[in-house]
Structures are given as structure tokens and as C-alpha cells.
Design a protein around this ligand. Structure first.
Ligand SMILES: [Zn+2]
Ligand SMILES: [Zn+2]
Length: 292
């Protein structure tokens, strides 16, 4: 496989931290990736062991040695900044702050967040609550890492599925640490952006340009979708095996506005070779594009 490094793209996967956080870099290197994403701790627990100094140092030495950047931390799934419960909101703010602190310790550039969801309340109210929470957890602290908000699939109660809703939060909590957005292709497609067509891709990118700014698009999660367009269900699929398909990814990956952004796969890991296979598929698409 021709290395992705040859062409200057940034491509990687979400890697495991099992056995120590620096192991995640080794796994990225083994896959020939040049960017990656991790959980900084078990994402289904409120808190876990702190990262040791030794492991953090090894993490950054390995990243430097192999030129793996940026590093993204995917924030815990327990965080819900839209929660009307004071207790959940307080714990969510603490946990988000903890994620950014971990990123600072590791020298990771970004934390990626699913902002939250709520039922029985207007989205606007929930988004202003989330923006206030971000002000507390992120903007009022001095972090060297930055926050990215990810678009969601539009499942019941989601408050950040459209570009306009992401923009609404960003406007309410603009600060240096609030760096921008991450677009997940599976989520965008499930929500209703038809990424199999040039018109759908244009719609997504022109909304980002209009409401947020393309310079604030800092990460793409490349995932195919197990569910059809507009299903509002978040089920990731292997690249080319879902409803976006190879044809869709060929269109997505031929857009220069997308190619300048780091690309990270969060595709299913059912067998050991899944990451390799999905990365290979993306590389083949990118290489065919470079040749043509
Ligand atoms: Zn994602
Ligand atoms: Zn997802």
C-alpha cells in the first residue's frame, strides 16, 4: 500500500489505550497512520486513573518521532451539557474539564465532544445551557488544548445535528479554546446531508462556510452509515459497505476543502484487520484521486 504520508494527507483511526495511553501511539504507528484519536480514560465511567508522567512523556516522544499529529481525544459519552439535571450538568462540566486537562498533560491538540441531548425542552434552551457549560469548563480555564464540537445523527433529543445548531452554540461561547467543529460523515448522512451526491456535499460545506467558517472545520470522522439517509440513527459501518458507499466516499474525498482536514476513522472493529482494511480503502480512493 502506498503510504498516505507521501501525499501530505493526515489520516488515522481511533486507537485503543489498553495497556497504557502511550500504547495508542504505537498502534497508530503500526497502522501507518499520521494522526489519531483516543479516549483518555474509560468513556463509560465518570473518572479513572490519572495519566502517569512517564506515560505522557512516552506518548509525546513517540508522536514526535513518528510525526503523528494532531492527536484528538474523544470526550466521554457520559458528558451531557444539555442536561436539565443540576447534578448531571455539574458532573459533565467537571468531566469535560478533566478531558481537556488530560489533553494538556499529553500535549494532545484537541478534545472532540458530543455536546449532549435533552427531551421535553426546546433545543435552543438546551444549547444555551450547553454553551454556558462550555464557558465554565473550557473558556474560563487556561488550557493549551482546544475543544471541537461534533455533529450528531439527529437521534431523539440531539441538539447539534445541523450546522446551524453547532453554529448557535459556538456563537454563545466564542473563546480561543473553542476551536471549531468535527464533522462525522455517518452522522451528517443519517441526519439528512446526502453525501452520496455533489449537491449534498456542497450543501454541507456551504453551510459550514456560511454559519461557522471553513477554517473552523478541524476534523472529519470518516464513517460509512449502516442506516439510510435521514434515518436519524447513528450506526457506523465499514468504509464503502454502507449507504454512503465507495461512490460517496470518492466524492467526499475529492473535495479539497475536506482533504486539508485530518481524517479519522471510527469504523467497526470486529476483527483485527478491520482498521487496516478500512484505511486501505481510504488510501486507495485518495491515491486514485492523486493520480488522476
Ligand atoms: Zn464521530
Ligand atoms: Zn457515531
Amino acid at each position: 500500500m502506498k503510504s498516505i504520508r507521501v501525499h501530505g494527507f493526515r489520516l488515522g483511526v481511533h486507537t485503543s489505550i489498553a495497556g497504557g495511553i502511550s500504547k495508542s501511539v504505537e498502534r497508530a504507528v503500526a497502522l501507518n497512520a499520521n494522526t489519531f484519536q483516543i479516549f483518555s480514560h474509560n468513556p463509560r465511567q465518570w473518572r479513572e486513573n490519572r495519566i502517569t508522567e512517564e506515560d505522557a512523556e512516552r506518548f509525546s516522544i513517540l508522536r514526535q518521532k513518528y510525526d503523528i499529529r494532531p492527536a484528538f481525544i474523544h470526550a466521554s459519552y457520559l458528558i451531557n451539557l444539555a442536561s436539565p439535571s443540576d447534578l448531571i450538568l455539574k458532573k459533565s462540566i467537571e468531566l469535560l474539564s478533566y478531558e481537556l486537562t488530560n489533553a494538556d498533560t499529553l500535549g494532545a491538540e484537541y478534545v472532540v465532544l458530543h455536546t449532549g441531548s435533552v427531551s421535553g425542552e426546546s433545543g435552543r434552551t438546551a444549547r444555551s445551557r450547553a454553551a454556558n457549560a462550555i464557558l465554565k469548563a473550557v473558556c474560563k480555564k487556561r488550557h493549551s488544548s482546544s475543544l471541537l464540537l461534533e455533529n450528531t445523527a439527529g437521534e431523539k433529543g440531539d441538539i447539534t445535528s445541523s450546522i446551524r445548531t453547532l453554529a448557535e452554540i459556538m456563537e454563545m461561547c466564542s473563546c480561543e479554546s473553542m476551536a471549531g467543529i468535527c464533522i462525522d460523515t455517518c452522522h451528517a448522512f443519517s441526519y439528512g446531508y446526502d453525501l452520496t451526491s455533489s449537491e449534498g456535499i456542497e450543501r454541507l460545506l456551504s453551510e459550514i462556510d456560511k454559519y461557522i467558517g471553513l477554517d473552523k472545520l478541524r476534523l472529519m470522522h470518516l464513517n460509512d452509515s449502516r442506516r439510510p439517509l435521514g434515518s436519524h440513527i447513528d450506526r457506523h459501518e465499514h468504509i464503502g459497505k454502507g449507504f454512503i458507499g465507495i461512490k460517496g466516499f470518492k466524492k467526499i474525498l475529492s473535495d479539497k476543502r475536506i482533504l486539508r482536514v485530518p481524517l479519522i476513522l471510527e469504523t467497526p472493529k470486529e476483527t483485527e484487520d478491520d482498521d487496516k482494511r478500512n484505511l486501505k480503502r481510504v488510501c486507495e480512493i485518495l491515491n486514485s484521486r492523486v493520480k488522476s
